[in-house]
Ligand binder design. Sequence first.
Ligand code: HEC
Length: 465
Amino acid sequence: MAGIALANDMTLVKRLQGATPFQNNNGTVPVGYSGPTFVLNHAWPSGALPPIVDAPWQNAIGNGRITVANAPAYAAALKAAVAANGRKLVADHSNWDASKAGWYNEPWLGTLREPISGTYQAGEFGPGIFPGTGLEATFQTNVLTYYDARAAATLTKFWHRDAMQPVLATTAAQFDEGAIIVKAALFSSEDPKRESGWWKAMDGAATWPLYISVGPQDSQTPPPAQLWSGSVAQFDIIVKDSASSPETGWVYMTLVYDAKAPGDLWDKMVPLGVQWGNDPQATVAGMALKENWNNPAAPLYATQTLGWGGRLSGPNDGGRNNISVNGKAQINAPNSSCMSCHSTSQWDPKTHRMTSFLLPSIPTNSPPYFKLCGPNQDLICSPAPGSAAWMKWFKNRPGTAAMDPGSFATDFDEVFAFKSLKLWWLAVGPKDQALPMLRVQNTPGLGVRFNQYSGAPLRTNRKAN
Ligand code: HEC
C-alpha cells in the first residue's frame, strides 16, 4: 500500500512541477462529460483603477470608523455592493460568467481545481463539531475565490501578465482602497450513499456540481473523483478600507446559509459577523471584543465554529483545532479567527515559505514547519492561550508589516502566502525542494495528514470529530 501511495504522490509531484500559471483545472474532466466547465478569468486590469469614491459601505456608517454598534449597517451595505454578481454566482451558477461579471481569479492554483466549478479542496469536518444540528455525515469543503477589478489590479502588479516572475516585495502585494475579494465555500457529504439530505442546516441551499472524491480523505487512497453536489454554505466578503479600519486596513465579513431566513438563495446568506481587528487587548477568552461583531440571529451551526474568545471564524475556516498546551490535549479548541489567521500572510523569499504557521504554534525548520504533539503526532503544540507567544497571532499589524523578520507582507492575502507562491515555486524552483504542506506532503502509507485549507493536522480519531 505504501508503494501505491508513493506512486500517487510522485504523480502529483510531477503534475505540480509541470503546472502552468493559468491552467483551468487539474486535468480530470470526466470522460463523456459535455456540460459546462470552469474557465479561469485572468484578464486582469492592466493597471490600477481610479480611486474609489462614495463607497456605500463607508456611507452606511457616516464615513467614520467601524464599531460594534454600526457593523450591522456596514455588513448590509457591503453585501449589497456585491449582490448583483454574488446572487448570480451563488444562485444562478449555471449561467455564471466571470468575464462578464468582471471578477477575476488568482494564478497557479489550476492543479488543485476540479474541472466543473473550479473549486479546490479545503477542510473536512464531522458531526462532533456541530452538536445538536442534525449533521449525519462527515463532509468536505471546497472553495472558489474571486477578486473584483480593483483587487485584480494587484494581481497584475504582483504577478505581471505571465505570472512567471512575481515581484517579491511588500509594495507589490498591497491592495488599493476599495478592493473587494470574495470566497465561496461549498459543503459536500462524504457518504457516497447520501448526496443530499445529510444535514438539515443545508436544506434548500444553492448547489453547484463538483467533480470530487467522495469518502474519507485521510485514507491511503481516497476514492476516485465523481460528479457530486456541493451546497453553498459560506460566502466571505473582504474589503480594503483603511478609513473605516485604520489599524489593519481591512474589514472581513462572512455570510452563512440560513435555511430559515426569508427570501431567495442570496437573501438566505446572512451575516455571521464582521471583524476589523484582532482585539489584542482581549487576552482572556470572554473579554469584550471591540473589533468584532457577531450576528445574534445567525444559524446555530455557524456559531459553533467561532474562533478564540468568540472572534469571527466561519464553519469552513478551521478556527478550532486539536492542540496541546503544556502537554495537555485540548480538543476542538478555538485558536484562530479570520484576521488572526490572515495576519500571518507573508513570504520569505530566501526559504521560499511562510516562517510562522497560520495557527498559534512553534515554528520549526523542517516540514510541516511547526511542532506536532501527542502520541499520534496529530496535535499542534501550542503556546498557552493569552500568553505573549500566543498573542503574536492576535496583533493588529497593517498589511505592510510582516509577522517575521526576513519576510515580506502580502497585505492579509493568504492565497499569495499559503497557496500560489508555493505552487509557483514548486513549478519554477529546484526539483528536489521540500514539498509544500499540500496533499503531496503526506507520508506514504499515512494518507492525507493535513487540512488542505488551514494546514492543520487532520484529526485521526474520526468518530470524535
Ligand atoms: C485558519 C486560517 C484561516 C481562517 C480562520 C480564515 N481564513 Fe480565509 N483563508 C485562509 C487561507 C489559507 C486562504 C488561502 C487559501 C485558500 O483559499 O485555500 C484564505 C483565503 C481567503 C480569501 C481569499 C483571499 C485571500 O486572502 O487569500 C478570503 C476572502 C478569505 N479567506 C476570507 C476569510 C474570512 C472572511 C474569514 C473569517 C470568516 C477567514 N477567511 C478565516 C485561511 C484562513
